[in-house]
Design a protein around this ligand. Structure first.
Ligand SMILES: [Zn+2]
Ligand SMILES: [Zn+2]
Length: 303
């Protein structure tokens, strides 16, 4: 029975506050004013899933989150409709860098990201694989070495989800095969704590045609990585064409991917239990824009 299967997809991953059939849907939400300031914003858009930055993502500064703020956040989440929460790490981090100074700095920053996730009891940390700069295989090895050190330094329940990239420049992780290589390079004991985040805009820009070959794309994902590795989805349309290897998010249904693929995603039983978070342009009124996007996706989910 389909409904029974859904329960089994849900239960191992998250504590369900509401019905186990809740669609885990939300947006990247601003923490401007402190991490707990994201909670009323998430409530205002009816979010059941939420992604945040736990620091300013384009600065190296690593602010500690005070005990009071941490408690306000953890208790706030508990009292909210949020079922799945995750952080996205800083844009400056490059765990694949051949420059030992940048690699070390990235490792320290990434470890702090993980620590804040554990402190805030977030379900996952989403991280972009780095840029190899010199040689792809060495870059993957450096990335895996850094992830290993960080996960060993910060044991806990927060899952690390490596995000599929658009494949610009020397970025790692724009193919399922390469993502499988990266995860496969981690010690076996750590691998269960690591999964994949699929960003639809990145996938499309990397050359996976979600618009015209939806089934083929997911068949390949299942073959190469396996759905048990899939931890969450970033739902974004793309301003740029298939295979353009650029990362430009567009409103759902208004870009090169188009509404059809998102309709499929929202009714796909393989993706039913997964948190789905939008990172679409917010315009002048973030709440209004996000609310409109989520309403559209909920409509798609109802079929
Ligand atoms: Zn990202
Ligand atoms: Zn993303």
């Amino acid at each position: 029975m389909v409904l029974g299967a859904l329960v089994y997809v849900h239960v191992p991953r998250f504590t369900i506050h509401d019905s186990p059939f809740t669609v885990l849907l939300g947006a990247h939400t601003s923490t401007n004013g402190g991490v707990s300031s994201s909670l009323p914003r998430a409530a205002a858009i009816g979010a059941t899933a939420m992604q945040i930055f736990t620091k300013t993502p384009n600065q190296w500064r690593e602010p500690a989150i005070g005990a009071e703020e941490r408690q306000a956040f953890v208790e706030g989440v508990r009292g909210s409709k949020l079922v799945a929460t995750n952080a996205h790490d800083s844009y400056l981090i490059n765990l694949a860098s051949p420059d030992p100074v940048l690699w070390t700095r990235s490792l320290i920053s990434f470890t702090s990201e993980l620590r804040r996730c554990e402190a805030l009891q977030l379900n996952a940390l989403v991280s972009h694989p780095g840029n190899f700069m010199d040689d792809r295989a060495s870059g993957i090895a450096r990335n895996a070495a850094a992830i290993t050190l960080a996960l060993e330094a910060v044991p806990g329940d927060t899952r690390l989800l490596m995000e599929m990239t658009a494949g610009s420049g020397t970025s790692i992780g724009s193919t399922f095969e390469e993502m499988a290589l990266l995860i496969g390079a981690l010690p076996a004991a750590l691998q269960p704590r690591v999964g994949v985040c699929v960003d639809t805009a990145h996938l499309f820009a990397a050359g996976y045609d979600l618009a015209n070959a939806y089934d083929d794309v997911w068949l390949r994902f299942g073959d190469v990585l396996g759905f048990e590795r899939l931890g969450m989805l970033h739902l974004n349309d793309s301003k740029v064409p298939l295979g353009s290897h650029r990362d430009r998010h567009e409103l759902i249904g208004e870009g090169a991917i188009g509404a059809g693929a998102f309709r499929r995603i929202m009714t796909d039983p393989r993706l039913a239990g997964l948190p789905k978070v939008i990172e679409t342009p917010k315009g002048d009124d973030p709440d209004a824009s996000d609310r409109r996007m989520l309403a559209l996706l909920r409509r798609f989910a109802r079929g």
